[in-house]
Design a protein around this ligand. Structure first.
Ligand SMILES: [Fe+2]
Ligand SMILES: [Fe+2]
Length: 289
């Protein structure tokens, strides 16, 4: 691999090659550097989207450093909100989420770089990848200020499952990653930011606020292209969304929803309300009567 300042990597002759290299590398800093290098080359007009001479090998799992230890959500220690240890655990979890988000953005580019969609699709996907790299770097800097390194604590081991399950279908990927997982991030972020502020950690809170605002645009990317593809296929976007979420996502969507942020992103209640756990619970209790 080239160093970040030495120009486009010789082995990366297309945006797709960059995306695969980013997902493959085990080094988080290298992922960040390559994401920026790819964006520079793409915007300079030096890079084709993909070279289809032979089917490229896209890794099923992303490259990861030796640590952190990955645990199932049930095995993860509970975070105590408001405590110093709780803050450290929260920031570590956010670093882990942003590292996964870099790989998720570039896995999407790697798999769908030769799509027949307008080129804005790749422009926007790449912008998201670069923003995730930025988020990782910003939040990791706060972790280091707290005298902890990424990997010192265990982390959620199931974040990549949604990517594996939706590797075959762009609509399914858009439904689950931006429109369920990143939209969930919009629901929980304002409360987390308020908690961090209440602990007097204003710089961390303002970084989280920048991330929150960027994440609205990531959900917007999902909503825009999900609706675009559905319109192209002449299928009902909400119906397809309900079908795909039931098929690929375990469990129901959990309210309360951040309706305002979701609306700004173009994700209307007709998409998520029918899948809400409260809606299911009230339906079940009606049935029992
Ligand atoms: Fe992010
Ligand atoms: Fe994101």
């Amino acid at each position: 691999m080239s160093s970040p300042s030495s120009g486009p990597d010789q082995t990366c002759s297309s945006l797709q090659h960059y995306a695969i290299a980013i997902v493959k590398t085990r080094c988080p800093r290298q992922k960040v550097a390559l994401a920026r290098e790819a964006a520079r080359a793409w915007h300079a007009g030096d890079l084709p989207a993909s070279l289809s001479s032979k089917e490229p090998e896209i890794p099923r799992q992303p490259g990861r450093p030796d640590k952190p230890l990955l645990l199932s959500p049930r095995e993860m220690p509970k975070r105590k909100a408001g405590s110093e240890a709780g803050l450290v655990a929260l920031i570590h979890a956010l670093v882990h989420i942003e590292l996964n988000a870099i790989d998720m953005a570039f896995d999407l580019i790697a798999r769908w770089s030769d799509t027949s969609l307008p080129v804005e699709f790749l422009d926007e996907a790449l912008k998201i990848g670069v923003e995730e790299a930025q988020h990782f770097e910003m939040i990791n800097a706060h972790l280091e200020e707290l005298a902890i390194s990424y990997g010192d604590l265990p982390a959620h081991g199931n974040l990549w499952d949604a990517v594996v399950k939706t590797s075959h279908d762009l609509l399914a990927r858009l439904a689950i990653v931006p429109l369920v997982l990143e939209a969930r991030g919009l629901d929980v972020s304002p409360k987390m930011i308020a908690q961090v502020k209440a602990q007097g950690e204003h710089e961390i809170a303002s970084t989280m606020d920048i991330i929150y605002r960027d994440e609205i645009s990531h959900v917007a990317f999902g909503a825009k292209w999900f609706k675009f593809i559905c319109a192209q296929k002449n299928i009902d976007a909400e119906d397809v969304f309900h079908f795909l979420v039931k098929k690929h996502f375990k469990g129901h969507l959990r309210p309360p929803f951040n309706e305002k942020a979701r609306q700004v992103a173009g994700l209307e209640p007709g998409f998520y309300e029918p899948l809400s756990i409260s809606r299911q619970t009230s339906r079940d209790s009606h049935k029992k009567r």
